[in-house]
Design a protein around this ligand. Structure first.
Ligand code: ADP
Ligand code: MG
Length: 157
């Protein structure tokens, strides 16, 4: 559990990115305005994304082709807030995104219940005055091994 201001939020996200293996699925949970997209921005910037990072509200998913530890890495940023029916994910071919190679960062995963692959890591952000409380919960074996590497790095910041 970490209490973070906005700058630190992006920094922590960058550290998480630096240890993330390909194929990892992150669920990002927390209310509107909690800081999910801010976290994604920090993550993508670490991988060299220089443009603006906004929630892909009207397109559901924003694809990025970036570089992670010297290798090309595809990253998909989902925001399912406006999804009316999880079936829409089926029509868009969600399984092709969750192909095991791309890193997926998914805001509002509960809206896609039943059609999303399970999370490797769940990031939960909650309000704590001006700062935010960030919780990183590893789920799968891949998530647990990421967390083991992350923990010492995050304790130093
Ligand atoms: P979400 O994607 O969860 O709806 P956003 O990341 O889009 O949230 O928005 C978070 C808002 O809160 C931004 O306007 C950001 O500037 C502000 N903010 C203030 N403090 C923090 C913090 N500690 N971490 C992240 N965002 C913060
Ligand atoms: Mg958002």
């Amino acid at each position: 559990m970490f209490i973070l201001d906005e700058v630190m939020m992006e920094k922590v996200a960058a550290i998480v990115a630096s240890y993330s293996p390909s194929g990892l699925i992150f669920y990002l949970e927390g209310d509107l305005g909690a800081g999910k997209t801010t976290f994604v921005r920090g993550f993508l910037r670490h991988l060299g994304c220089q443009g603006a990072v906004k929630s892909p509200t009207f397109t559901i998913v924003e694809p990025y082709r970036l570089e992670l530890n010297g290798k090309q890495q595809e990253v998909f940023h989902f925001d399912l807030y406006r999804l009316c029916d999880p079936e829409e994910l089926e029509y868009m071919g969600i399984q092709d995104y969750l192909d095991g190679e791309a890193i997926n960062l998914i805001e509002w995963p509960e809206k896609g219940q039943g059609l999303l692959a399970p999370a490797d890591v769940i990031i939960t952000i909650s309000y704590q005055g001006k700062s935010r409380e960030l919780e990183i919960q590893p789920i799968s074996e891949k998530g647990i091994s990421l967390y083991a590497q992350l923990k010492p790095a995050l304790e130093q910041i």
